[in-house]
Structures are given as C-alpha cells and as structure tokens.
Design a protein around this ligand. Sequence first.
Ligand code: ADP
Ligand code: RUB
Length: 312
Amino acid sequence: MSRPIILGIVGDSAAGKTTLTRGIAQVLGPENVTLICTDDYHRYDRQQRAEIGITAIHPDCNYLDIMQQHLSLLRTGQPILKPVYSHKTGTFEAPQYIKPNKFVIIEGLLGYSTRAARDAYDVKVYLAPPESLRADWKVKRDTQKRGYTAEQVLAELEKREPDSEAFIRPQRQWSDIVVSFYPANENEDGSNGHLNVRLVLRPSIPHPDFTQILDAGNGNSQSAVRLGLDRDMGKPVDVLEVDGHATLEQVTKIEHIMCSDMPYLKNICDREINPELGKIAGTTGETLQSYPLALTQLIITYHMLKATQIYQ
Ligand SMILES: Nc1ncnc2c1ncn2[C@@H]1O[C@H](COP(=O)(O)OP(=O)(O)O)[C@@H](O)[C@H]1O
Ligand SMILES: O=C(COP(=O)(O)O)[C@H](O)[C@H](O)COP(=O)(O)O
C-alpha cells in the first residue's frame, strides 16, 4: 500500500515545534514534504478571541472536527482545502488547495486531542521544554515576530495556563517520543545552542538499538550521552539524554547506530550535505547549531523512513 507518511509534532505555544520541524523537512527534501500547521484550524481570529475571552489553545476555539477530517484525507493521499490563519495579521486568509506529498508533517497545539486524529499519524512527537524556558522563548519570539509586548505575552501565558494544563499537556501520553530541551544549569536562559535534550522513547514504535551506547562504555551518569530506563506518565520508557557539550565523536557514534540500520540515512548523516540539521534561528537573527537538536531530528527522520519501508 502506498500512502503519505504522517508525522505529528505537538506541543504548547513556542515549545519549539517549528524549529524541530524545519530540519526534518529539509532532510526529507522540501519537495517531498507537505507542511501543515494546525493553527490554521482556529475558529476565531485574534480580535474575536479577545472579545469572547477564549484562548487559542482551547478545543472550542478550534475546528478540531475539520482538522481530523483533513488528517484522514491526507493519510489516504487525498487533497484538502485548508483554511489559512495569519500570525502576522491575526486574521484568516483565502484557503489553500493542498495535495499531500510523500511525507506530511502536522505541527500544532491540539493534534492528538481526539482518538481519530491520533490514528492518522505514523510517528507522534510531543515537545515538552521546562515551562520557564518556553516562556522565555515565547516572549522573545512573540515580541520580535508577532507584534506583542513582553507584558502582553506574559499576561497571555498566565491566562492560558488552565487550558495548557487541561488540554495541551495531557497529549504527552499519546506520543511515541517526548522531546525536552533544557539548560544544563538553571541560570542559563536557553538563548544559546548548548541546551541538553532528554528524549523519552516509548515502546509504541520500535526505536534503534541504542544499547550499543552502553556497551561502548558511555551511558553512565558522567557521560554526555546517557541511556536509561524510567517511567513517563506511569508507563515504562527508555530515556536518551544528550548534553549540549557532547563531542562530535560521541554524537557521530549515535548517528552510526541509526545509519547502519538504514541505507538512505547514510547520506543524511553526512553533515556537509545536511547543514540544516541542528540549526536554530536565534531571536536576534543569528543562527545557532545544536548537536542535541540534530540528533533529535535524525531519530525522527529515521522513524519516518522506517515507515516508508512498510507503507510505500
Ligand atoms: N531547541 C531549541 N534550542 C534553542 N532555542 C530554541 C529551540 N527550539 C526553539 N527555540 C527558540 O524558541 C522560539 C520558539 O520556537 P518555535 O519553534 O517557533 O516554537 P513553536 O513552533 O512551537 O511555537 C524560537 O524562536 C527559537 O528561538
Ligand atoms: O498559541 C498559538 C500557536 O502558535 P505557536 O504554536 O506557533 O506559538 C498562537 O498564539 C495562536 O495560534 C494565535 O496566534 P496569534 O497569537 O498570532 O494570534
């Protein structure tokens, strides 16, 4: 059976969805990827939300039924007429006719909130940075790119907190991979490219065999690359942690575990061919490079390519 492979990237506002998605899309080849942001399924524009007093992250503020219908259509390779919400103006624009490419990446706030929507994905990722880091990212981005003041962003975050708790964070349980970038020490503000990453790998999809990391003598609590067992929302999981100061040699070792298992990934592992991996658009126009981000993007790409072996 040939059909598009669907990746979900879900998380709260400014959790890093766009940043994570960019590198994956680049590696899969922009011509092979259809990118969809579920913000387009907002029911109300910016002014209406303010008048009604509803937050953008409340399910009632989104046409989740239509989002779900569109996901099912895309999964079977059919086109959709997608609404368009502009973050620049806070209003809706003319809808877009979209035919799915080989890979479809759906990023947004409430992508896993209904059972039928969840069933549409091949790989489900949930982004969960510490809330203080997310607030920092959101203030920087929304003041620089979306025309808000810092006070407005902080007030909005406070207003949204009950909805984040009720509707966004529970979606973590449905993901195959939980991605959390975090500063090595609490005083760091996350504006540099040296954040660590903690990847929760649920047994809901078969992950590469990272136990070789342990065999190679890495993986202990002192190492910049650590593999362990834990529980997440009560369920047993593997946890892979990569520090921002991990060396190229350590990172390459993990890449090889994946690349030896997947011929197509061999090209991707070549950094010179894929400079987009691990790139972060800093909020003041600079570009940063992060090994933990590059590895996270590579693991997700690995799963997308595995899925093509089954369905394409
Ligand atoms: N892994 C990361 N490391 C450092 N900064 C990041 C990372 N991910 C996101 N950011 C910062 O946070 C901001 C918000 O991220 P973005 O990807 O736009 O979030 P979302 O799409 O979830 O709203 C970005 O402008 C970027 O500066
Ligand atoms: O929470 C988000 C999602 O965006 P993201 O996940 O990219 O942060 C936005 O605030 C709403 O979509 C409304 O948009 P706006 O605030 O521009 O009206």
